[in-house]
Design a protein around this ligand. Structure first.
Ligand SMILES: [Zn+2]
Length: 162
């Protein structure tokens, strides 16, 4: 186990990996067969020699450094209230959470690697979705789900170097 990853359970089985589909790109795999972004693995490093800092694929990087399951759970707390009130169907709520988690993880990974603060990342997100300025219910709701996801990423972020 790597020293910088030792506090992070999801990294104890992570291997950096390569795929023929994306020459030169370094991915992460947990199965040894598929990368976290769904590409077939042709070669993988042993776990002890695999570090998040070596990952170049943003999608795999996001999966390695953040806990996406925690983010789904936290987003669910927001969408549940809308489901209960009948303003959102079960399927729409699921789609919204998945979209928020899978689109924000790679973005946040890239931004963290560039040294951005969580504050900057949240502000960026609110500006880009219009949630900071739009006053309609949908924008505010999307903003709340996104912020819950980003908050979960911040809490679950691995503590090693980028
Ligand atoms: Zn990947």
């Amino acid at each position: 186990m790597n020293n910088d990853d030792s506090m992070c359970e999801r990294l104890t089985n992570m291997q950096t990996a390569w795929s023929e589909a994306t020459p030169g790109e370094t991915h992460a795999t947990w199965s040894g067969h598929l990368t976290a972004c769904g590409k077939p693995v042709i070669e993988a490093k042993p776990v002890y020699d695999s570090h998040p800092r070596d990952i170049t694929c943003a999608e795999c990087g996001g999966t390695a450094v953040f806990d996406l399951e925690t983010a789904r759970t936290w987003a669910r707390v927001i969408t549940d209230t809308y489901e209960v009130s009948g303003r959102l169907s079960l399927l729409d709520a699921y789609d919204l959470r998945e979209t928020a988690v899978t689109s924000l993880a790679p973005k946040a990974f890239v931004q963290r690697r560039e040294g951005d603060s969580w504050n900057a990342i949240s502000t960026n997100f609110l500006m880009s979705t219009g949630a900071a300025t739009e006053k309609d219910g949908t924008s505010i709701f999307v903003g709340r789900v996104g912020l819950a996801v980003l908050e979960a990423f911040r809490e679950s972020e691995y503590k090693g170097g980028y």
